[in-house]
Design a protein around this ligand. Sequence first.
Ligand code: LLP
Length: 382
Amino acid sequence: MDFIKHQSLLENQSTPFYVYDLQALGANLNACKQEANKYGYEVHYALKANANNKILSAFVEKGFGADCVSGGEVQAAVQAGFNPQKIVFAGVGKADWEIELGLSNEIACFNVESVQEIEVINGLAQKMGKVAPIALRLNPNVDPKTHSYITTGLEENKFGINPWEYENVIETAKNSKNIKIKGLHFHIGSQITDLGVFKNLCSRVNEIQNYFVDRGFSFEDVNLGGGLGIDYAQPDENPIPDYKAFFKIFDQFLEPLPNQKVHFELGRSLVAYCGNLITKVLYIKEGVKTNFAIVDAGMTELIRPALYNAYHKVENIFAQTEDFEKYDVVGPICESSDTFVKAIELPKTKRGDFIAIRCAGAYGEVMASGYNLRKLPKSIFI
Ligand code: LLP
């Protein structure tokens, strides 16, 4: 985003706030669509990354499906105008009301994560006189080589059904008249930057599909989840992830069943770059090795650095000096983990300077909290 071009607009907002560049978002969505369309793949946007209305509208306009993980997200997707037949609903702990909400909106698919969940969905569907379309979310035990907190596809994780339960799943499915198994679903983790991981995923999916086919099953859909990572270190050099390489891997290594539709659920890769958290410097304080630049945003507005030790590029966007100094850029919250970045070189920074925390469009605003009784951040769109 060209901050200088929008300097007066940005300087006139009260900080901290999120600013989203809708043009950058549009370019990203077009790039993704273009590559996915080459292979007839269907992409569902993972709302959990950012559920801002204007962002959701951009996805609806481009014809994306939706991937939801709560009743609130299903509701938001329906209200934003996503076609219910393109809404999928995952999550290890769906409450009864959330399942009922999905059933009454006739969503495309429940991605079920346990044998007991199949039984519960079957019971609720029976009461409502419906047949629930489901996909079995299986745990492929593939290492996504990412932060352990956002690893979901290893057998020790709570997600998905493990191989020792397959027999039980088959039995339960046979006895459940109010469910229809439409597909298989996988999601192994997030911020995956080693594309070889997706090749490993394809091999496991092929093996697992064959296991079920050998036992008389057939699946209309296979869903490979999301997880494609972005370049947090060099956002402007790589504003759009390499969708071409990503989808090509699946084309090369996945063996879909005849006439099977292949689905993805991307979140971060689509929205991270278009959002920035803008904050103002409150104080400069001398530290032991570096100075502290204390800003008015903290872990309450963007928790990723504190929670995952995640790196976001931090820039002093309107500074005009050639002198550089080292700073720890920290927030006002009463926790030492409330640190955006340590020991970075910034132009000599002073009270009132504007700081951008880059690539904050995914898992930023949606994860904001009111800790320390702070107000939730506002957002603007350019
Ligand atoms: N599908 C399922 C079932 C998921 O659980 C997720 C993300 C996605 C798709 C989308 O993954 P993506 O394409 O965005 O990687 N708060 C963390 C990320 C949590 C991801 C949770 N699941 C962060 O800030 O890094």
